[in-house]
Design a protein around this ligand. Structure first.
Ligand code: ARG
Length: 459
């Protein structure tokens, strides 16, 4: 037999390309800490259940702890010959403590081991992601507080629709990120299960205690079914799906930042520290961070679709296809974390050009709904009012004038009940202030949203 951990029934050594193709150590070393933690829990359980003697177990525990320290301090020398992180750690443990290391794999398989590692990997990162999202929410709240009375055009179809408060806009994203947080919180439920002890697929003849090893690892429960435990990756798919939705939100926000710092809009200016220059055009200040976050959304979606596709045809239980579950997941974590942080920094440091924002609402017809509403309060049915205002807008476009430029006499020809206060009503700021329906852009509503948000963040 050839000398590989599973080499007993093999006569020929693997081809070099095959070995490389088969190995996952190049990327699954990312879970080295999780692998050692998983093994420590397993061996402690083997000791507790007396499956291993205390002497053997203690040697293994000491060896694993030594490896953990080495990993933290100087890193471990992994090799492609040992294929993946599980066999690399076991090989290194053997170097440390000799053949007794071979007892660690009692009542366990790499199939439950790899699933355990991946659960631990996600479980560890979920709270970090939630914490970063809350920091981003805090930045949105801070910016919103300074901008309750900052007026800007609200858009539909990228056309001026109705004026809104910039704070209202910011708080819309606060809410989206709140739901992202809730999705990641929910993700904890299915990540909090221990596959350890499911062994290859069918459980084991050793009298193991899966509740105990689950408890050592901080998992809420062991998976109920050993076949399920080693076969599914839905917790990882939930994560990737949550990450994709989050990136979609970030990307939309980026899109607006990019537009709004352009010359044509001029609503905001990004801080120098979140912008870059051009190697040829000296005047340039480009919103590269926002563009990169928008661009990286593609790879996170790709990771989700990739794993969904990998999993879709797999018969139970483990198949080697599932080795493909890791890189995309790690990549998603490494993409979303800096994206969230950088978005927070961009929001915190951007300059709001309040005058430009408000200016854009003065020379348009985004107060047309106000006028229609006003006419409706004077007894004209809303449909009719809509038509009248539509005709006024058409006339205004042709003559280059706005609704505020129409003389009172002309308004009074529409209805004698119209008086001077129509002009107040047409002011964008007044229009915003008066939209005081629950969740609307009225200043009081926005202040309420901010107060509620602060309460939520203080929890
Ligand atoms: N490196 C493998 C993976 O990442 C570990 C599990 C291997 N199990 C097996 N029976 N080949 O999926």
């Amino acid at each position: 037999p050839i000398k590989r951990m599973w080499g007993g029934r093999f006569e020929a050594a693997g081809d070099q390309l095959v070995n490389q193709f088969n190995a996952s150590i190049g990327f699954d070393q990312e879970m080295a800490h999780e692998d050692i933690e998983g093994s420590l829990a397993h061996v402690k359980m083997l000791k507790q259940t007396k499956i291993l003697s205390a002497t053997d177990a203690d040697k293994i525990i000491a060896g694993l702890k030594k490896l953990r320290d080495r990993l933290t301090n100087e890193g471990l020398p992994f090799s492609i010959e040992n294929e993946d992180i599980h066999m690399n750690i076991e090989a290194l443990l053997t170097e440390e403590i000799g053949p007794v290391a071979g007892k660690l794999h009692t009542g366990r398989s790499r199939n439950d081991q790899v699933a355990t590692d991946l659960h631990l990997y996600v479980k560890k990162r979920l709270p970090i992601i939630v914490k970063e999202l809350k920091k981003l929410q805090q930045e949105l709240v801070n910016k919103a507080e300074e901008n309750v009375e900052t007026i800007m055009p609200g858009y539909t179809h990228m056309q001026h629709a109705q004026p809104i408060s910039y704070a209202h806009y910011l708080m819309a994203y606060f809410q989206m990120f709140q739901r992202d947080i809730e999705r990641f919180e929910f993700n904890k439920l299915h990540t909090n299960l221990s596959p350890l002890g499911a062994a290859a697929l069918a459980g084991t003849t050793f009298p193991i205690d899966r509740q105990l090893s689950a408890e050592y690892l901080g998992f809420k429960l062991p998976y109920h079914n050993s076949l399920d435990a080693v076969s599914d990756r839905d917790f990882a798919l939930e994560f990737l799906s949550n990450a994709s939705i989050l990136m979609m939100h970030l990307s939309r926000l980026c899109e607006e930042l990019i537009y709004w710092c352009s010359y044509e809009f001029g609503y905001i200016e990004l801080s120098d520290s979140y912008s870059t220059g051009s190697s040829i055009m000296p005047q340039k200040k480009n919103p590269d961070m926002a563009e990169l976050i928008r661009g990286k959304t593609g790879r996170v979606y790709g990771n989700l679709i990739g794993l969904l596709t990998t999993m879709k045809g797999l018969p139970l239980a483990y198949n080697k296809d599932m080795q493909e579950d890791k890189e995309g997941l790690f990549d998603a974590v490494k993409t979303i974390l800096p994206s969230i942080k950088i978005m927070g920094g961009m929001i915190a440091t951007l300059k709001v050009k309040k005058d430009n924002m408000e200016h854009a609402t003065h020379h348009d017809f985004s107060n047309a709904t106000e006028l229609a509403d006003y006419l409706a309060t004077k007894g004209i049915p809303f449909r009719k009012a809509h038509e009248i205002v539509g005709e006024l807008v058409l006339k205004g476009i042709k003559t280059g004038t706005n609704l505020v430029d129409i003389p009172l006499e002309e308004y009074q020809q529409i209805s004698p009940e119209i008086d001077e206060d129509v002009y107040t009503c047409l002011q964008p700021k007044v229009a915003v202030q008066r939209r005081n329906s629950y969740g609307g852009t009225g200043f009081n509503q926005v202040r309420q949203q901010i107060a509620d948000a602060k309460k939520l963040l203080a929890k």
